[in-house]
Write a protein of this length. Structure first.
Length: 201
C-alpha cells in the first residue's frame, strides 16, 4: 500500500496571493526526443547549406579567375590575332586575283584551241560567216560551194578532241556572186575542260 502511494505524483497547490507567486519554468520538453531529433535535423540541414554555399562560392571564384586569366591572355595576343586576320584578308584578295588571272588564261587558251580546230577542219570550199558563243557551245554560220562539204566539215569537227558534239541546225541554197552556194548553221558543243591544265591539250 505504501509503494502504491509513492507512485502517485504529488499535486502542488500554491495558496500565495497572485502578486507573490513565482512561475516555475518547465524545461522538461528539452529532453523530449522529438525536439532533440528535430533540432539535430535543422542543424544538419543548415550545415549542409553552408557547405554547399561555400563550395559554390569557391567554384565561382575559381571560374571567374580562369576567365580573367583567359581574357588577359587573349588581350596579350590581340596584336598577333589582328595580324593573322589582316594576312587572311590579304590572302583572300590574292586568291581572288589569282583565280581571275587563271580564268583569263584558261579562257584565252580555250579559244585559241577551239578556233584552231574550227579552222583546220574547214574543207577547201567552205568558209565561216558568223559565230555566236555561249558557255559551252557555239552556233556557227557557214557557207560552201559543195553540198557534200557540209557533212565533211561536221565529220572533221567531231574528230577533234575539243569538240563533244556537232548538230546541223539549218541549211539553205544561196547565191554568192551569181554562183550556187549553200548556207548552213551548226551547233558545236565543246569540252568544258578545254584549256585546263589537266584537260584537253
Amino acid at each position: 500500500m505504501a509503494n502504491q502511494q509513492k507512485d502517485i505524483p504529488l499535486i502542488e497547490i500554491n495558496l500565495l496571493p497572485t502578486e507573490f507567486r513565482r512561475t516555475k519554468f518547465d524545461l522538461s520538453w528539452l529532453s523530449d526526443m522529438r525536439v532533440v531529433w528535430s533540432t539535430f535535423a535543422l542543424i544538419l540541414v543548415a550545415l549542409i547549406q553552408i557547405l554547399i554555399y561555400i563550395y559554390v562560392t569557391d567554384t565561382t571564384h575559381e571560374l571567374e579567375k580562369a576567365v580573367e586569366q583567359t581574357r588577359l591572355a587573349v588581350e596579350k595576343e590581340r596584336p598577333l590575332l589582328d595580324r593573322i586576320k589582316d594576312l587572311e584578308e590579304k590572302l583572300a584578295v590574292v586568291k581572288r586575283k589569282s583565280d581571275a588571272l587563271r580564268s583569263i588564261q584558261v579562257s584565252r587558251k580555250r579559244w585559241v584551241i577551239l578556233f584552231e580546230d574550227l579552222s583546220t577542219a574547214l574543207p577547201q570550199g567552205t568558209w565561216i560567216t558568223g559565230i555566236t558563243q555561249t558557255t559551252e557551245q557555239m552556233d556557227i554560220n557557214c557557207a560552201t560551194w559543195n553540198f557534200s562539204e557540209v557533212a565533211l566539215y561536221m565529220l572533221r569537227l567531231e574528230q577533234k578532241e575539243s569538240v563533244t558534239g556537232v548538230t546541223l541546225t539549218s541549211i539553205s541554197a544561196a547565191k554568192v556572186n551569181n554562183d550556187d552556194a549553200y548556207n548552213f548553221s551548226l551547233k558545236v558543243a565543246f569540252n568544258s575542260q578545254l584549256g585546263m591544265e589537266d584537260g584537253v591539250r
